[in-house]
Design a protein around this ligand. Structure first.
Ligand code: SF4
Length: 235
């Protein structure tokens, strides 16, 4: 098994990408065969998440999926999750919450930590919970696409994840924004309505604004700050 401990970049599997899904179904089939229950999908329920859930359900209809529930998401995001649960009743979707409630965080670290120290806020509300959700897992799936931002241009299908001492599987690296939407509309999938209101990338409500720059679809995340990633995808 390819694990963090046995990682050898020369032995990574390769996958054909000249098909409709640009390799995504091959990667997912390999990943679930290879890791079984030791594989977790950390889903943000953005538009790439909607695609991945549909693809995953074709490979493993009772797959385990975790959503990092920071308690700060838009109501539209929570409603989207409920619709997905109804559409894919066999998937095991778990909302992982931080140890600190928002009230406790405010008491210990002050109000609106995301404005003063977003890295600390993401550490408490996303990174630690993901670490907890991944306890005992060998690999996790992420919906990163190379086109999404300059920081994601070199992501591979199978990656060594130094941050979480794990393997990160990214089936959608070759998908374009148009591919994603073609799939969603072609399969009549329900998605977060905020996408239709100018939010290409959707995270916590306090840190997400509309973005209209096609060259960087994540420019609405932490707009005005130098921060571009929540820390889940930095090694
Ligand atoms: S995205 Fe913003 S609100 Fe959400 S955990 Fe990070 S800093 Fe906090």
């Amino acid at each position: 098994m390819i694990t963090y401990e046995t990682w050898d970049s020369e032995q990574k599997p390769t996958f054909p990408i000249d098909n409709n899904e640009k390799g995504a179904l091959h990667v997912l089939t390999w990943a679930y065969d290879h890791y079984g229950e030791d594989l977790l999908y950390a889903c943000s329920f953005g538009i790439e998440g909607i695609v991945l859930i549909d693809l995953i359900s074709q490979v493993r209809d009772d797959a385990g999926i975790v959503f990092l529930d920071t308690n700060l998401h838009f109501s539209e995001t929570y409603e989207t999750i409920e619709r997905v649960k109804e559409a894919y009743p066999r998937l095991r979707i778990h909302l992982q919450t931080p140890t600190l409630s928002l009230e406790e965080q405010e008491k210990q670290l002050g109000a609106e930590l995301w404005k003063r120290d977003p890295n600390k806020c993401c550490e408490i509300r996303k990174i630690v919970p993901l670490r907890q959700a991944m306890t005992g897992k060998k690999a996790w799936i992420s919906g990163l696409r190379r086109e999404q931002s300059p920081t994601r241009q070199h992501v591979e299908f199978i990656n060594l994840d130094k941050k979480f001492h794990n393997i990160k599987v990214c089936p959608l690296i070759h998908w374009t924004w148009k591919d994603v939407w073609r799939y969603v509309h072609g399969h009549h999938l329900s998605y977060n309505p905020l996408h239709d209101r100018g939010y290409p990338s959707i995270g916590c409500a306090p840190c997400t604004s509309p973005a209209y720059m096609e060259e960087d679809l994540r420019s609405g995340r932490w707009a005005g700050l130098r921060k571009t990633e929540c820390g889940l995808h930095e090694s």
